[in-house]
Design a protein around this ligand. Structure first.
Ligand code: GLY
Length: 395
């Protein structure tokens, strides 16, 4: 029953991708507008400061390629692979963009997926170049090292900033460690994960969205938010990025402690989300439950739960996470799919940034990708990316 639902959602994605490709030109979709149509931007738009304001640029473009690749795997229709290859040409120059940690989000779902599916070295070379850029963002402090999130490293605002989102950019480093046979990529990712564990995670296992470090000492000077309700609130998508990133860190390092942490972060997420399995855009918005949702956070978590299930040394506990992943995906399929033509994208009711009034009650590109990644983990494990190997019970 759930398998049929999941396959239907993948079919819907494949059908909508082809329809949208006819209208996009060389731009890439990122969020839907109030009309239901995609808003788009070119892949070349880099991140940066405009005066005091930070702009994330186009960190979405790789997800579109990931969706095309997944559609190819579902349909085996070469059209999708050809579109993914054409789109990759537009995204490729961003492999030299050292301005943002989001280079992980750009190249993991695109170049690495294309390499995984086609075996063509050109895609691996691109991803390896991007991983090198991400590793270069490592900032050394006396208390450990972290990967700076935002902006050019010659700007102190960039050097001292760290975001919880970076945890989900680490898989690019972990992939490069394997591909290049260079453990320094994993060490860089793990160093970041350790520093994040100490600075972002509160005693109740909620998370800050961002922190600023005092680089001279490595002390966390303040926790704050960019897209959440308040500096002290818990932004569910940030919590989801943390769950996803610690799960992938457990996979890359083989260490159980990161899986344990991912489980604790997940219990917090589930406790606050309740039976709808879709969180509000911020857990601490005083208007909850009469406020916007963020389905993208559920999609990210569903993908992480599928990995936790595969990794867990205790198979019974693994089955609990697998069932939780299926439960979330079922609810997303039954209640939140954009089945009508007017609403582009796959998952409705995502929230990119309420404080910036961007992508509010929308389909958001990352929500669609992680939803599809999770569906692929369920119905075709190992095809979009390598399936995680079970951790040993004495890890
Ligand atoms: N910048 C990543 C996010 O919006 O979740």
């Amino acid at each position: 029953m759930t398998e049929r639902l999941f396959l239907e959602a993948l079919d819907l994605s494949a059908a909508k991708l082809l329809e949208d490709e006819k209208t996009l030109g060389v731009s890439f979709p990122y969020v839907t507008l109030a009309s239901g149509a995609w808003d788009t931007m070119p892949a070349s738009l880099s991140a940066g400061y405009q005066g005091a304001n930070w702009s994330h640029g186009n960190w979405f473009c790789g997800f579109w390629i990931g969706l095309l690749t997944a559609a190819y795997l579902r349909t085996r229709d070469e059209k999708y692979l050809n579109l993914a290859r054409e789109r990759m040409l537009l995204v490729a120059p961003r492999a030299n963009d050292g301005n943002t940690h989001d280079i992980g989000f750009i190249f993991y779902p695109s170049a690495i997926a294309l390499f995984h599916v086609t075996g063509e070295e050109q895609y691996a070379s691109l991803a390896a170049r991007a991983a090198d850029r991400l590793r270069r963002r490592l900032i050394l402090t006396p208390r450990g090292s972290y990967i700076s999130a935002w902006g050019p490293l010659n700007d102190v605002r960039g050097r001292r900033s760290s975001a919880i989102d970076t945890m989900a950019n680490l898989p690019l480093l972990y992939w490069a460690a394997q591909y290049e046979d260079d453990a320094s990529f994993t060490l860089a990712g793990e160093a970041h994960a350790i520093m994040t564990r100490g600075s972002f995670i509160r005693p109740d296992h909620s998370t800050y969205h961002a922190v600023e470090y005092d680089i001279a000492t490595g002390v966390c000077a303040r926790g704050f938010t960019f897209q959440g309700y308040a500096d002290s609130s818990c932004w569910p998508r940030g919590q989801a990025w943390a769950i996803y990133g610690y799960t992938r860190t457990a996979e890359a390092t083989g260490k159980r402690c990161y899986l344990d942490l991912a489980e604790q972060l997940s219990e917090y997420f589930l406790k606050r989300t309740g039976s709808s399995l879709v969180p509000p855009w911020d857990f601490d918005d005083p208007l909850v439950p009469n406020t916007l949702l963020d389905t993208s956070a559920s999609a990210i978590v569903a993908s992480a739960f599928a990995d936790m299930a595969a990794l867990h040394p205790d198979r019974k506990k693994g089955e609990v996470w697998a069932q939780r992943s299926r439960d979330i995906l079922t609810i997303l399929c039954e209640r939140h799919l954009a089945r009508d033509d007017a609403h582009r994208g796959l998952l409705r009711h995502g929230c990119y940034s309420k404080p910036h009034n961007q992508g509010i009650d929308s389909a958001v590109m990352f929500g669609d990708f992680f939803f599809v990644e999770a569906l692929c983990s369920m119905v075709m494990p190992g095809e979009l990316r390598t399936a995680p190997k079970r951790l040993s019970s004495d890890s």
